[in-house]
Design a protein around this ligand. Sequence first.
Ligand code: HEC
Length: 110
Amino acid sequence: MKTLTKTIETLMIVFLLAAVANAAGDAKAGKAIFTQHCANCHMADGTGNPKLAAMMHVTIPHLGSPTVQKQSDAQLEQVVKNGKAKMPPIHGLTDTQVDDVIAYVRTFKK
Ligand code: HEC
């Protein structure tokens, strides 16, 4: 019985560590995802595409601005997965890719 408890404890620790490692995305991998899935609208530097903004009649916030950066990773994840206001949901990204692209968005912080 004691060994079983120990085994379960060890397993729980392993899962916890894996969850923590997974929470913070890889900004380097995120850059490639950003270039492919976000830069058309947000520009490579996160400032937002002015032509597109004019066409869509929307203000695209600077991704380094406090409006964006004050949001939690979970909130930004929702923006990517579900879209927000005039931003469409971005399909075809795995959870890891979403974490990575958000880690990259964090590098725009001013
Ligand atoms: C088709 C164009 C388009 C693409 C592609 C796009 N966005 Fe957006 N995004 C927008 C627009 C437009 C807004 C402003 C939405 C509004 O306020 O109506 C926006 C807003 C945002 C915001 C701010 C949301 C807020 O709370 O104000 C974040 C963060 C964001 N986008 C991240 C991303 C990321 C990361 C990707 C790539 C995975 C991406 N976007 C791809 C058009 C796009």
